[in-house]
Ligand binder design. Structure first.
Ligand code: GUN
Length: 291
């Protein structure tokens, strides 16, 4: 193996410590802790694990976590009514409705109902538009975490060739927007891309978010590339990413492991977004410049 391992756990721990430090200052000045409401509909096992982890991290950062667990057959109107209540609650700074939602609920109607200024997931079209046009807003947590890891490895990203594999609204599209804002030359590849290897050959940065186990092979990479693997695929042999780690680690300059790469950054960025929301809403200055 020639690639350096990108330690997402360590980077996330330092971000969480910086957030906790600023939360203490915020709470002293605002007279209340930042509040994050997490809504889970149904009992999807993976979602339950994520929601529990978010609750634990929220408490550890000194924030107030409110968990709303609703049965799988909750009518859409009831969920929308809960979102309305959370929008109107001044002690709630961030609202996250865990996805996926049961099939009888229109997820886009729910994410669009969340007040854009409490949308710490950054999924509301207003926040997607803000990101695309360079206005301040909430950036989705996973691509934001990827960007922090990339900056940690490469410093300034200006002028680098980046290939984002995957075009989802949660990862691929916002990741591409963030990299454009960093002055990278960005290619977005996806399931209909004709010759992925031909694009990857030029990429200084690869962000893989397609949900296909071990799809990206080391032979396709540019030597020294920085590889960020967002994939979390459960296989018979355990958790694997979208990148074939064994072959990629022979060619890349730096690579994230799965698990222990991007995953821990997502929750740390959710805490960061919640603190930023609370600070904006209360007019309290915070400093996360060192994180
Ligand atoms: N499901 C998987 N990841 C996420 C996330 O970051 N936010 C929400 N709301 N649901 C998810």
């Amino acid at each position: 193996m020639t690639a350096a391992l990108i330690d997402g756990r360590a980077r996330a721990a330092s971000l969480r410590a910086a957030v906790a430090d600023q939360v203490a200052g915020f709470t002293a000045r605002a007279g209340r802790a930042p509040g994050l409401a997490v809504v889970l509909v149904g009992e999807d096992p993976a979602s339950s694990v994520y929601v529990r982890a978010k609750g634990k991290a929220t408490a550890e950062a000194g924030m107030r976590g409110l968990e709303h667990r609703l049965p799988a057959d909750t009518p859409e109107a009831d969920l929308l009514a809960l979102v309305d209540r959370l929008n109107a609650d001044p002690s709630v700074d961030g609202i996250l409705v865990q996805l996926p939602l049961p099939p009888h609920i229109d997820a886009s109607r729910v994410t669009t109902r969340i007040d854009p200024d409490k949308d710490v997931d950054g999924f509301h079209p207003v926040n997607a538009g803000r990101l695309a046009t360079g206005l301040p807003g909430f950036v989705p947590c996973t691509p934001l975490g990827c960007l922090m890891l990339l900056r940690g490895v490469r410093g300034h990203l200006s002028g680098l060739e980046a290939v984002v594999v995957g075009r989802s609204s949660i990862v691929g599209k916002p990741m591409a927007q963030l990299l454009i804002a960093e002055s990278c030359t960005v290619t977005v590849a996806h399931s209909r891309t004709r010759d992925l290897a031909d694009h990857l050959r030029r990429a200084d940065i690869v962000v893989a978010a397609v949900g296909r186990p071990n799809m990206i092979r080391g032979e396709w990479l540019k030597p020294g590339a920085t590889v960020i693997d967002v994939g979390i695929n459960r296989t018979g042999t355990g958790l694997v990413g979208d990148v074939d780690f064994a072959s990629a680690a022979q060619v890349a300059g730096a690579i994230t492991p799965v698990p222990g790469g991007v995953g821990p950054m997502t929750i740390a960025c959710l805490l960061r977004n919640t603190l930023m929301s609370a600070a904006r809403r209360e007019g309290v200055a915070i400093d996360l410049s060192l994180s």
